[in-house]
Design a protein around this ligand. Structure first.
Ligand code: FES
Length: 172
């Protein structure tokens, strides 16, 4: 459940638009932050109530976009572009290296909850294919040799537990 303060903040945000539904994506982003990186059923209901968009449509938005999660995701999200430029430049090899390094398959999360690995369509970085994105950071062209370094750098930037991270990043 969200706090009254967050509900007021999000309702106010939607009120800035001629139609409240325009604020839906922002509301969902904030709710995902609040719930520690994913959108449980409760968040879908709250997003619908705040934005005035029916729950079924909110669910559709949540499952359409890569950056919304309907189940708990890892502390760090790694996406591997598998669109044409990256495909031609060996994204399969990069994905295989990431899978080997992390011990999981595309679409899975490491048992320690640290990393989720996902395929994604074009990251808009085609001239630097193959490209991957780790959280908000874009890498390309990525070579197999860079994988260890990227994973280790990302892991070393993780301070404290996931719960501590979520608490620090939780909106009001
Ligand atoms: S095809 Fe991979 S970034 Fe565009």
């Amino acid at each position: 459940m969200i706090s009254d303060a967050l509900k007021v903040q999000l309702t106010g945000h939607c009120g800035h638009y001629p139609s409240r539904r325009v604020g839906l994506i922002f509301v969902m982003q904030k709710l995902q932050e609040h719930y520690g990186g994913w959108l449980p059923e409760e968040a879908i209901r709250e997003a619908a109530e705040i934005s005035g968009v029916p729950e079924t449509e909110v669910e559709g938005v949540a499952t359409f976009y890569n950056w919304f999660f309907r189940e708990p995701a890892g502390r760090h999200i790694i996406v591997v572009c598998d669109s044409i430029s990256c495909y031609l430049c060996g994204c399969d090899r990069i994905a295989a290296n990431l899978e080997r390094k992390l011990g999981i398959k595309l679409g899975e999360t490491t048992p320690d909850g640290m990393f989720t690995l996902l395929p994604v369509v074009c990251l808009g970085n085609c001239d630097k294919a193959p490209s991957i994105m780790v959280d908000d950071e874009l890498y390309g062209p990525v070579t197999a040799d860079m994988i260890d370094e990227i994973i280790e750098k990302t892991a070393s930037e993780t301070h404290g537990t996931r719960r501590a991270h979520d608490e620090r990043n939780r909106p009001v």
